[in-house]
Design a protein around this ligand. Structure first.
Ligand SMILES: Nc1ncnc2c1ncn2[C@@H]1O[C@H](COP(=O)(O)OP(=O)(O)OP(=O)(O)O)[C@@H](O)[C@H]1O
Length: 295
């Protein structure tokens, strides 16, 4: 367990022989050492190597000197109280923050040893390699087929219609949606259920053969049955992809991830094997969060 500052005081005006040390009952202030993450934040041969990352919105520092490796083909969950910086950090991994004018990213962020923020980097290509699934399913107002075919078309991944058909079918199969939609590929995607729409968005993300899929609370708008389907899908996809998932559900993190990263006020406090985080966390703040004392 990490540092806990507990103050012991005595009452000065009590005669010495009757003086009893009084345990201060106020919540002790926990020390977070900036840039120091307990547990196992580093990996051999990482997919992402992220060092001393800081993110500013104007003058406000939302991410405070975070260093982390994300291993190949692991599922890592980002958890922590609202506003602690999970989404901000996630969005650095494929430069989704670029569209926010006041946002500045500092530090070293590498994907396969290449600088993600290199000014010569093709961001469209980066986002094809590092796909994203958002909180709210956001299918295009097009047919189911065209939603999945969109990325392969703009990236020129299929020369013939039959190649495109194969990509669409394979992506829908991997997303566990093929049997539900194979007879209505021309139907508009916005007519599907929320859970189907989210699996369609996952199919759309994987249609361009990404290496990484970022998921920002992918189940928060789904019912428990649709959530279970997406979680099964994450387990299957983890055989081929690196997956980074932001979730408010600790149960979900425990079910789907190999490692869990606990964020607090812009710091990365602890990263450990998921079992360890939920059974014997190393840091006091992680323990407080997982036992429901705040957040
Ligand atoms: N576009 C923005 N402009 C200014 N500040 C922002 C912006 N986006 C996020 N922030 C701030 O950055 C901090 C981290 O926010 P972020 O959304 O990354 O946290 P989070 O942990 O993902 O929160 P939640 O769980 O509520 O989604 C917060 O203080 C937030 O107010």
């Amino acid at each position: 367990m990490n540092t806990l500052n507990t103050t012991v005081t005595s009452e000065a005006d009590v005669p010495e022989e009757k003086a009893i040390p009084v345990q201060d009952e106020r919540p002790a202030e926990t020390v977070i050492e900036e840039g120091k993450t307990v547990g196992t934040p580093f990996a051999d041969d990482p997919k992402f190597k992220l060092r001393n990352v800081e993110v500013f919105y104007g003058e406000d520092r939302a991410i405070k000197n975070i260093s982390l490796d994300i291993a190949r083909n692991e599922v890592i969950a980002f958890i922590g109280p609202s506003g602690c910086g999970k989404s901000t950090f996630l969005r650095c991994l494929n430069r989704m923050n670029d569209s926010i004018d006041i946002c500045r990213v500092k530090g070293s962020l590498q994907l396969d040893e290449q600088d993600i923020y290199d000014s010569k980097r093709d961001v469209v290509e980066l986002r094809a390699r590092v796909g994203m699934v958002f909180q709210k399913p956001n299918p295009f107002p097009k047919s189911i087929y065209d939603n999945v075919a969109y990325g392969p078309r703009i990236h020129g991944l299929a020369n013939r219609k039959s190649d495109l058909d194969d990509i669409v079918e394979n992506s829908l199969r991997k997303a566990g949606l093929w049997n539900e939609v194979k007879d209505r590929l021309d139907a508009t995607a916005t007519g599907m259920s929320g859970g189907q729409q989210q699996r369609l968005c996952i199919a759309r993300a994987i249609a361009v053969s990404p290496e990484v899929v970022l998921m920002d609370e992918p189940c928060s708008a789904l019912d428990p049955i649709a959530t279970a389907k997406v979680e099964e899908l994450i387990a299957e996809l983890s055989e081929s992809y690196t997956i980074v998932i932001v979730t408010h559900s600790m149960q979900q993190a425990a079910r789907v991830s190999h490692r869990t990263a606990y964020f607090h006020l812009g710091h990365l406090v602890e990263v450990n094997e998921t079992d360890k985080v939920f059974t014997s966390p190393e840091h006091e703040l992680t323990e407080s969060y997982i036992t429901g004392r705040f957040g």
